[in-house]
Design a protein around this ligand. Structure first.
Ligand code: ATP
Ligand code: MG
Length: 340
């Protein structure tokens, strides 16, 4: 099956006066139908430029972008408009019309597309029910919370039944709880409506909670792409490691070990868990069989796409030989290092 969105050797330079900025450099990327695909990277990495190429809001300097079998970089304005109508977009600042009601905002693209008043009403009612804002139809954007505004943005983006939804930093202006609400909604857009979702974000929690795959951009280059689990559990570049480090609890650094040493009795053992290792069971077993006590003194385990991943440092107390046996048992299911 060919990918829904395909970048082939795409480069983009911006020139202003005598300075030229390379915003994207030889990007090859494929996004499949039905997935939630995240694009991460530092400010200025080229994320918005990349995502705006999908609906031809940004042109390429060289290379091709193909959406649903149509090479949009070779098409004329009329054909681009047709493809654009199948792509919805939401923004960090919501971009709603302040002078129009919620109903008016959501109906706007339908009006542009020439829908009758009656069909507009039915479709808007359906969309507002989907995003949970039926009771806000006659409110104005200024009367809504940030999360509600973004729901309106999503309803409006879905009005024409798009196959693709682009979300550029769509939760960056929201508090963590509201962010989770919006993410749950985006997840439903994907799973219930079958819409392919491309999210640009610098928030790793967003990637972790909804994305299937993730691409990492750095200075216009694609430095890593893969499933969220693979990229997060085994980042291959320093940049990715820095991003991922903000989510996953890490192994203790040298300073941490000294601090833990001073505070806790027993042997410090670092245990890295990847997948479904029955770590709790192994520990409980070891404690029962040998005369051991353990305490989790650092780190933590996170769920990533339904699998466990993370690192915990344990302080194991007991007879040295019992500790040794417990460590051996742990080694059978996890990556274990005795720190001190
Ligand atoms: N219209 C433009 N004219 C000139 N330079 C631009 C233009 N748009 C983007 N750039 C430059 O291209 C590079 C990539 O910008 P882009 O907006 O894609 O980054 P980004 O990863 O989305 O950053 P942020 O996280 O801050 O939104 C930056 O160096 C930016 O300054
Ligand atoms: Mg941007």
């Amino acid at each position: 099956m060919s990918p829904l969105i395909e970048f082939r050797d795409v480069s983009k330079t911006f020139t202003s006066g005598s300075t030229t900025v390379s915003a994207l450099d030889s990007i090859d990327l494929e996004i499949d139908a039905g997935e939630i695909f995240a694009i991460i990277g530092y400010s200025g990495a080229g994320k918005s430029t990349l995502v705006r190429m999908i609906n031809a809001l940004e042109g390429v300097t060289s290379g091709t972008v193909t959406v649903d079998g149509v090479t949009i970089t070779e098409r004329n304005e009329k054909e681009i408009r047709r493809i654009r109508s199948r792509i919805g977009m939401i923004f960090q600042q919501f971009n709603l019309f302040r002078s129009r009601t919620v109903f008016g905002n959501v109906a706007y693209p339908l009006k542009l597309a020439g829908w009758s008043k009656e069909r507009q009403r039915a479709r808007v009612a359906e969309l507002l029910a989907f995003v949970g804002l039926t009771d806000k139809a006659w409110a104005y954007p200024d009367q809504l919370s940030g999360g509600q505004k973004q729901r309106v943005g999503i309803a409006r983006a879905l009005a024409n039944n798009p196959t693709i939804l682009l979300a550029d930093e769509s939760t960056s202006a929201l508090d963590p709880e509201t962010t989770q609400d919006v993410l749950r909604l985006l997840k439903r857009v994907n799973s219930e409506l079958g819409v392919t979702v491309v999210v640009v974000t610098h928030e790793m929690d967003v990637v972790r909670s909804i994305a299937d795959r993730v691409a990492v951009l750095e200075s216009g280059r694609l430095i890593e792409v893969g499933s969220v689990f693979d990229v997060f559990s085994a980042p291959r570049t320093d940049t990715t490691r820095r991003f991922v480090g903000t989510v996953l609890k890490n192994r203790p650094g040298a300073g941490d070990v000294a601090r833990l040493r001073a505070r806790h009795e027993g042997s410090l053992v670092s245990v890295t868990i990847d997948g479904d290792a029955p770590i709790g069971q192994v520990l409980t077993d070891a404690v029962r069989r040998h005369d051991l006590r353990f305490e989790i003194v650092h780190g933590g385990i996170d769920a990533l796409q339904g699998r466990s991943f993370g690192n915990v440092t344990l302080a194991l107390s007991g007879e040295p030989e019992d500790i040794e046996k417990a460590v051996a048992r742990l080694r059978a299911v996890a990556e274990v290092e005795v720190l001190a």
